[in-house]
Design a protein around this ligand. Structure first.
Ligand SMILES: NC(=O)c1ccc[n+]([C@@H]2O[C@H](COP(=O)([O-])OP(=O)(O)OC[C@H]3O[C@@H](n4cnc5c(N)ncnc54)[C@H](OP(=O)(O)O)[C@@H]3O)[C@@H](O)[C@H]2O)c1
Length: 252
């Protein structure tokens, strides 16, 4: 997608620069500011609270007016990014997730004030190289952050609990974990490829008076639906407060 020799990265820790450079096979530098005027795309990946400093460094480094800034920061709006950057550069906001490292990421993207369809398409190509990518209205970003951004952690917890359950009924742990992970993968693939409602797929495997309906009843007794809904609701509330306060612009 982008030749390695045209890529570079920056971090504030010499040890991170060294290990990331070895792992990625690109220069990773402590003082990346001299490179900023040469960049036509910048990917911002710091914690939300570090955004003001990082964007000030980018601006002071001499960002070209056409350089596209893509941010993966949770809770930091395009308006806040544009305000912190203080230029009219095109900005695309993205919310990826960690399965991108195995090519199965789920990313949503939206445009800031100065970004157009070409900028959005460019960002989509980047995230489609590591999974699926969908344009979504920015109003949904906190919900998306809570559902797919944080989602892998929920699924890891559920898989860990199910593997424990397998051990409880006598399976060796590694076997239990393999059964659980492959079953999750298969179930997800059925939802994505058949387009059928999960409830219909569940009905297909639920024999009258069988073991599956017995297990499902226990999950419903444990209020699994409301627990999951509350988890996503709480994460969305937190996402809404992650970004640094937007500097106030005096009225003209
Ligand atoms: N984890 C997820 O699943 C997920 C999903 C979607 C989006 N995100 C977003 O991804 C972003 C990165 O998350 P992460 O967990 O990878 O963060 P991280 O581990 O803290 O990595 C960011 C790195 O950038 C360094 N840094 C901070 N300010 C810098 C600056 N001005 N110049 C150069 N380097 C700087 C940090 O150093 P220090 O440690 O000293 O600050 C740290 O080494 C966050 O905004 C998060 O919201 C994460």
């Amino acid at each position: 997608l982008i030749p390695r020799e045209r890529m570079w990265a920056g971090d504030k820790h010499p040890a991170v620069c060294q290990s990331a450079s070895q792992e990625l096979g690109i220069p990773v530098e402590l003082d990346y500011r001299p490179r900023i005027p040469t960049a036509d795309l910048l990917l911002l990946c710091v914690k939300p609270a570090d955004a003001p400093k990082a964007l000030a460094a980018v601006r002071e480094g001499g960002l070209r007016p056409s350089t596209l800034l893509i941010s993966i920061l949770a809770g930091v709006t395009t308006t806040a990014l544009e305000s912190m950057l203080g230029t009219d550069n095109p900005v695309v906001r993205a919310m990826p997730n960690t399965p991108a490292v195995v090519g199965e990421g789920m990313t949503v993207v939206c445009c800031g004030r100065s970004a157009n369809e070409t900028h959005l398409a460019r960002a989509r190509r980047i995230f489609e190289a590591v999974g699926k990518c969908i344009p979504v209205d920015e109003v949904h970003f906190n919900a998306v952050t809570a559902l797919s951004g944080s989602g892998p952690a929920y699924h890891f917890l559920i898989m860990e609990a199910l593997a424990d359950a397998g051990v409880r009924v006598g399976l060796p742990r590694q076997l239990a974990l393999t059964l659980v992970a492959q079953t999750a993968l298969g179930a997800a693939k059925m939802v994505l490829t058949t387009g059928r409602h999960p409830a219909a797929l569940r009905d297909d495997v639920t024999t009258p008076a069988g073991c599956t309906i017995g297990g499902l009843l226990m999950l419903e007794d444990g209020r699994i639906r409301s627990v999951l809904a509350r988890a996503v609701e709480e994460a969305a509330k937190i996402a809404a407060h992650l970004g640094p306060p937007v500097p106030h612009k005096p009225a003209q």
